[in-house]
Design a protein around this ligand. Structure first.
Ligand SMILES: NC(=O)c1ccc[n+]([C@@H]2O[C@H](COP(=O)([O-])OP(=O)(O)OC[C@H]3O[C@@H](n4cnc5c(N)ncnc54)[C@H](O)[C@@H]3O)[C@@H](O)[C@H]2O)c1
Length: 380
């Protein structure tokens, strides 16, 4: 690390790799003098030579398809944006060289792989961070503070959902996301994982999970326009019921087949003294009902930060420099980790957190395979 700049190696420049690259580039616009910066130094990817304009705008980082050549660059941290089944090999590549690791969700395609990565990271003594970016919505951080204050009393129940319509078209061809052996699962693994993390982030660990899943479109074209069909073996829809260690029970529902609803997520938490709601379409404001005053407040709250939270004003783009909520939250998650590296301090979203999420995912699929049987956590 040069004085204030973390040297980053990025793996994968697909959809999310580009969002991360954009975030690194935007840091000096949003946070100038005196704040930690990042330098995108190297890129490991399959399509070397493509995206020429984009790469020029990113300062022409060194690019290669050879893992060894990539990791031999002078890097402080590796940012893994490859498909899920490649996370283990790319995370290990970084750990073996003692680099800090930022990894997209889920940590791996199954619990065995995730455990091995979390253990290897611990042994390597490096800092880790998982891209659970919903934690970085301002409304989510306000909700965390409200819950930490205890104002909602005993938490009774909760409901979280995330609805996408990204796979409605039966002619949409297959991809790595639709093959269980490489993705680890479908809608629940890809999208529901965010809400599983949010429920843990807000309410603590889970005691058990029950789950049912459905695959509505069971085969898809092998490639765009092809008449050859290949099977889909992952869930299009999943409904989990969870009981948390604090006694609260609730549901996490996820679909990629919600016609007419593009990208909608809500979390509602109900307690003996009030309730709150995060509507991710209204990312800056939490809705809080306080029974004592029989009053609902919608807007930013000024509860003290919950333990371990970095003030958003230090990591979230200022309002007039917003790049849109999706990028802003990825930006804030990355900034949080860059600060952790600068301070040599563990991240609140390290691999030990993503390991717990992966464990709930695995237990949920086990439950679905057994017709909704209750699966106790932690898994042995
Ligand atoms: N946190 C979020 O909001 C969010 C959103 C989308 C995706 N993701 C996660 O990001 C990861 C990537 O998803 P995506 O949508 O960008 O997928 P994608 O298919 O668009 O991109 C994957 C990239 O990885 C590259 N790649 C493939 N094999 C490689 C290899 N051997 N070495 C180096 N690069 C390789 C591909 O060339 C491609 O550029 C997944 O884990 C996904 O779950 C997270």
């Amino acid at each position: 690390m040069t004085k204030d700049s973390v040297q980053v190696g990025l793996v994968g420049l697909g959809f999310i790799g580009k969002i991360h690259a954009h975030a690194y580039q935007a840091i000096p616009y949003c946070f100038g003098n005196g704040q930690v910066q990042a330098n995108l130094r190297a890129l490991l990817r399959t399509h070397v030579g493509s995206d020429a304009e984009l790469l020029r705008s990113l300062g022409s980082p060194f690019e290669t398809a050879q893992p060894q050549e990539f990791i031999d660059q002078d890097l402080d941290m590796v940012d893994v944006c490859s498909p899920n089944y490649l996370h283990p090999q790319h995370v290990m590549l970084a750990l073996e060289k003692g680099k800090h690791v930022y990894c997209e969700k889920p940590l791996a395609a199954n619990l065995t792989q995730a455990r091995a990565l979390a253990q290897a990271a611990e042994k390597a003594g490096v800092l880790t961070h998982s891209a659970f970016t919903m934690r970085y919505y301002p409304a989510a951080q306000q909700a965390k503070s409200i819950l930490a204050s205890g104002i909602l009393g005993e938490i009774y129940n909760f409901r979280a959902y995330l609805f996408h319509n990204s796979y409605m078209d039966p002619q949409r061809p297959t991809s790595w996301r639709l093959q269980k052996d490489i993705s680890g699962g479908g809608a629940l693994t890809d999208l529901g994982v965010h809400n599983i993390d949010m429920v843990r982030y807000l309410l603590g660990d889970a005691k058990w999970v029950q789950c049912r899943t459905r695959t509505f479109i069971t085969q898809r074209p092998k490639s765009a326009g092809s008449t050859e069909m290949v099977p889909v073996d992952v869930d299009d829809w999943a409904l989990c019921m969870l009981e948390m260690e604090n006694g609260a029970r609730g549901s996490v529902e996820t679909t990629r087949m919600s016609g007419g609803i593009t990208d909608t997520s809500r979390i509602q938490i109900f307690g003996s003294e009030g309730s709150l709601e995060i509507n991710f379409l209204n990312p800056l404001q939490v809705s809080l009902y306080d029974r004592k005053h029989a009053q609902t407040t919608v807007g930013p709250t000024d509860f003290p930060l919950a333990d371990g939270q970095r003030p958003l004003k230090n990591i979230y783009p200022p309002a007039k420099l917003s790049m849109g909520t999706f990028i802003d939250t990825h930006f804030a998650s990355i900034m949080d980790f860059l600060h952790c590296i600068q301070e040599n301090k563990p991240s609140p979203a390290g691999f030990s957190e993503s390991l717990k999420v992966q464990e709930i995912l695995e237990a949920a699929y086990l439950s679905a395979d057994r017709n909704g049987e209750t699966i106790a956590l932690p898994l042995v």
